[in-house]
Design a protein around this ligand. Structure first.
Ligand SMILES: Nc1nc2c(ncn2[C@@H]2O[C@H](COP(=O)(O)OP(=O)(O)OP(=O)(O)O)[C@@H](O)[C@H]2O)c(=O)[nH]1
Ligand SMILES: [Mg+2]
Length: 505
């Protein structure tokens, strides 16, 4: 081997004149140990270098894959149904991935149920009793005037209230009572028995989502940060719980504390929800639990059990607020042969106003936007009670239509929550009262949808930087069967135009 004593004569010099080769040459008086160490270092350096090369290759492949993949952005205000639409996509086209996460969703559904356990509205009633009207409560019409509010259970101490008498779990209170029945000591005792649930909810929510500690009460609802980290945290907590229970001699070690306590509270929860006096209080407070996010009270006899295993529909209906932007990648598992195996990226964003600036970086690279706009003409935004939800949706739609970064994207509009629109109109709530320009047109679903479809189509046509087709669907994305049919059509349309754009067809 050359000893490295060559002359620096220029580019035609042999390897022995290469300065790098010189540096790497072994010293002339190298001992066998030094040589072994040096060779080991060289092997390690080669391994690291190969690893870096592989990393670069992987990143390049991922980049190419992403470039070829179909990218969809889900947009719309908070609670419009974006994450629910994503779950429908996964259920329809990537079912095994969807089902793998069943266990994590079970806890979210249990937390959803606890949030709706009605205690807050009872507290309010005790603090400021409303008049129990002698006869049929507020008219359906009047109900619609009342704001839809979130029920935020308060796990604060019980003001020292002690259970009176001898509470029994199986008690059915005032089932025969008139709608105007008032709350009694039985309700107070039930509330006391249910309080441990709220303490567990607060504790678990804080463990899963520590960022909520500083959030305003209205936001203290289970939510997910970008990156899906909550699922890992949840799995870890579930394992810890099991180990703890095993340690305490619970041989099975299969049931966590939340499930056990919830199971013990089942009859009280069902009883409270079916109670006529409670129903009357809800009406007087203008609270329609059925329209609220994560509504599981109708299913509490099934959910609040040790053996509860969420159905696909339960998972789709579970409420988990999105914070930031979440990327979901999946491969089509089923469907037309030309679609299966294709890669899809769906970006699910948090819809409340403070989160909208985070959407922009995702604008220049998507083929399609599914924009969710519930026709909630009579509701206000949760984050700003002065702003009408439908007005906010229209403003947002106009901005999206006119955005030059999105001029090449297909815009697909979902008039979501059609079931709620139907119920609202059936209750006699008049659109013209909130949207004066609607005037005296018939107050039915057909006419209302047509009126707003024309409005949305008009903005789409006028504001789009270049002409593009207008797609609009009426959806109720908690109905997984009907949604699957719509999504198959949406998928075909998106894939076809995507393949055209990359010159495959
Ligand atoms: N009744 C009814 N409820 C719906 C419908 N679509 C969604 N929901 C419910 O509305 C709630 C909010 O839906 P999400 O999908 O979480 O809303 P989002 O747009 O992702 O909201 P953010 O993450 O806060 O931006 C959930 O509890 C859903 O189950 C619908 O068509 N009808
Ligand atoms: Mg969401």
């Amino acid at each position: 081997m050359a000893k490295g004593h060559g002359h620096a004569n220029g580019p035609q010099d042999g390897p022995q004149d290469d300065p790098l080769a010189k540096v790497l040459q072994p010293p002339p008086d190298e001992s066998p140990e030094q040589r072994a160490r040096r060779e080991q270092q060289q092997r390690e350096a080669t391994r690291v270098s190969l690893q870096i090369d592989e990393g670069i290759q992987e990143a390049r492949k991922a980049y190419e894959r992403r470039k070829k993949a179909v990218k969809i952005l889900l947009l719309g205000q908070a609670e419009s149904g974006k994450s629910t639409t994503l779950k429908n996509f996964q259920l329809a086209f990537s079912p095994s991935h969807f089902r793998n996460e069943r266990l994590a969703w079970r806890t979210i559904i249990q937390l959803n149920l606890i949030r709706q356990v009605l205690l807050e509205v009872l507290e309010e009633e005790w603090a400021n009793p409303t008049e129990a009207p002698p006869q049929p409560q507020l008219s359906e019409k009047a109900r619609g005037k009342l704001p839809m509010r979130s029920s935020v259970p308060n796990a604060a101490p019980t003001n020292g209230a002690k259970p009176a008498g001898n509470p029994t779990r199986s008690i059915r209170f005032s089932a025969q009572a008139q709608p105007s029945a008032s709350l009694t000591d039985v309700h107070r005792r039930t509330r006391t028995r249910l309080l441990p649930l709220l303490a567990i909810e607060v504790d678990l929510t804080m463990k899963l989502f520590p960022e909520l500690a500083s959030a305003p009460p209205v936001m203290k609802e289970v939510c997910v940060r970008a990156g899906n980290g909550w699922k890992d945290v949840l799995m870890k907590l579930q394992k810890e719980q099991k180990d703890k229970l095993k340690g305490k001699g619970n041989a099975a070690g299969t049931t966590d504390e939340l499930t056990t306590v919830l199971d013990g509270c089942r009859e009280d929860i069902v009883g409270l929800w079916e109670d006529q006096a409670v129903k009357a209080v809800l009406r007087r407070h203008g609270v329609r639990m059925q329209d609220m996010p994560g509504f599981f009270l109708n299913d509490s006899a099934r959910v609040a059990t040790i053996a509860y295993d969420p159905t696909d529909d339960d998972i789709v209906r579970a409420r988990l607020r999105t914070l930031g932007v979440e990327e979901h990648r999946f491969t089509m598992e089923s469907g037309m042969s030309w679609a299966s195996g294709s890669e899809w990226y769906i970006y699910d964003v948090g819809g409340s106003r403070s989160m909208r600036p985070h959407w922009i970086p995702y604008f220049d690279d998507v083929q399609a936007i599914i924009f969710l706009a519930p026709l909630a003409f009579n509701l206000m935004l949760e984050e700003d009670s002065k702003v009408n939800r439908l007005e906010d949706s229209i403003t947002l739609w106009r901005e999206i239509c006119g955005n030059v970064l999105l001029q090449g994207a297909t815009l697909i509009l979902f008039f979501n929550k059609m079931d709620i629109l139907q119920a609202t109109l059936a209750a006699g709530i008049r659109v013209a009262k909130y949207v004066p320009s609607y005037s005296d047109q018939p107050n039915d679903v057909l006419h209302v949808v047509k009126y707003f479809r024309d409005k949305f189509r008009g903005y789409h046509k006028r504001l789009s930087p270049k002409a593009r087709p207008f797609y609009c669907h009426e959806t109720s994305v908690i109905d997984t069967r009907a949604t699957a049919v719509i999504l198959v059509g949406v998928r075909e349309g998106i894939l076809r135009s995507h393949l055209q754009s990359v010159n495959v067809i």
